[in-house]
Design a protein around this ligand. Structure first.
Ligand SMILES: Nc1ncnc2c1ncn2[C@@H]1O[C@H](COP(=O)(O)OP(=O)(O)OP(=O)(O)O)[C@@H](O)[C@H]1O
Ligand SMILES: [Mg+2]
Length: 343
């Protein structure tokens, strides 16, 4: 999705009216609702708007139809779990179990019994046979989440299970066969982990038959507004243009999860029907809050420069923006923020 609609005022020097800005967001909202793709993968709604996400979804579809292992990488909060679900959804295994195990959550000895199960009497307290997640996922998909956290002994066991399509339950002497499609996910750079000896090269190649990389949110800004509107769906609030600009400019180190959490907080803090910059978490508005302190700060300098240039142009905003090398829209946004902070 391109942002042309909510950016179309860049070239319109006459426009400076809140109501009109709101209507732009509303128009965009309607357009977003029409053009943005939303898919349910195992009950989880996935918003797909940007080109990179569309391509990723197409790849997940193609890969999903095969039986090969898939490695999904991407920063924390980018949506790896949703993509793993999409792979299962598109696969011939769709009607079969999707089982999700977090490899970082359990200590090594529990991990083994979690994955492979145990026989009755395998250890004191093992009163009944317990099937592991490999068996639970039979005919379906097993998501090994945070695979980079698996310790070396479990890496070896996992490799053996994948190579032989079979394994022993803890305390067992009979091989158990399970037909499982493996999807592994991690926010670590596994190549680096291999290079530094923390992750087995053979297991990496086994899992990396297909590699899906989920791009960080900052590489797909066209997803920000559609995601924001999706996360605001249950509230009656809308976003002001300034708030939207801030969301679009922010680098989102915590990716989609951070966007969702930020909007949840904004909904709690907003006092009117519109989410304003002051309702957003500090790190998103970072810097602006310090500019009124009178201290020597970069933002204070920026504010002084803007006021000085405005004096030079006799208050003409477009001329000032041209001199400063920023858009008039950005200039107005900054002015509004200064005003809010001084007030
Ligand atoms: N495209 C999307 N549409 C809707 N919600 C999304 C999308 N991408 C991510 N989310 C939401 O953001 C949150 C984080 O996504 P997810 O758990 O899949 O991230 P992750 O990549 O697995 O992160 P981590 O590495 O921390 O486990 C979830 O609540 C998820 O529903
Ligand atoms: Mg995850």
């Amino acid at each position: 999705m391109d942002n042309s609609l909510h950016r179309s005022d860049e070239a319109d020097p006459g426009r400076n009216d809140g109501a009109e800005q709101l209507s732009l967001v509303r128009a965009e909202k309607n357009r977003a609702a029409r053009e943005v793709q939303r898919e349910e993968f195992l009950g989880m709604t996935t918003v797909i708007a940007s080109q990179p996400m569309r391509r990723l979804l197409t790849a997940a579809n193609r890969v999903g139809r095969t039986n090969f292992p898939v490695l999904i990488t991407g920063e924390s909060g980018t949506g790896k779990e949703l993509i793993a679900r999409a792979v299962h959804h598109f696969s011939p295994r769709a009607g079969k179990p999707f089982v999700d195990v977090n490899c970082a959550a359990l200590p090594e000895h529990l991990m083994e019994s979690e994955l492979f199960g145990y026989e009755k009497g395998a250890f004191s307290g093992a009163e009944n046979l317990k099937p592991g997640l490999f068996e639970t996922a039979h005919a379906g998909t097993l998501l090994l989440d945070e695979i980079g956290e698996l310790d070396s002994r479990m890496q070896a066991k996992l490799l053996r299970a994948l190579d032989g399509q079979s394994f022993f339950r803890l305390g067992g002497s009979r091989k158990v066969v399970a037909d499982v499609r493996i999807v592994a996910a991690t926010n670590l750079n596994l190549e680096e982990a291999v290079a530094s000896g923390r992750f087995r090269r053979d297991l990496f190649h086994r899992l990396d038959a297909f590699h899906l990389r989920v791009p960080p949110l900052r590489e797909r800004p066209d997803d920000i507004l559609p995601l924001a509107l999706w996360f605001l769906r249950d509230s009656s609030l809308t976003l002001s243009d300034e708030a939207l600009d801030l969301l679009t400019d922010y680098a989102w180190p915590g990716n989609v999860r951070e966007l969702r959490n930020s909007l949840n907080k904004a909904v709690m803090f907003a006092t009117g029907p519109v989410i304003e910059p002051s309702d957003l978490p500090m790190e998103i508005v970072r810097g602006y809050g310090e500019s009124s302190g009178g201290g020597f700060s970069l933002d204070g300098l920026e504010q002084q420069t803007i006021y000085r240039v405005l004096e030079q142009t006799g208050g003409h905003q477009q001329k000032a923006a041209d001199l400063l090398g920023i858009s008039r829209r950005t200039l107005i946004r900054k002015l509004k923020l200064y005003r809010r902070i001084v007030a």
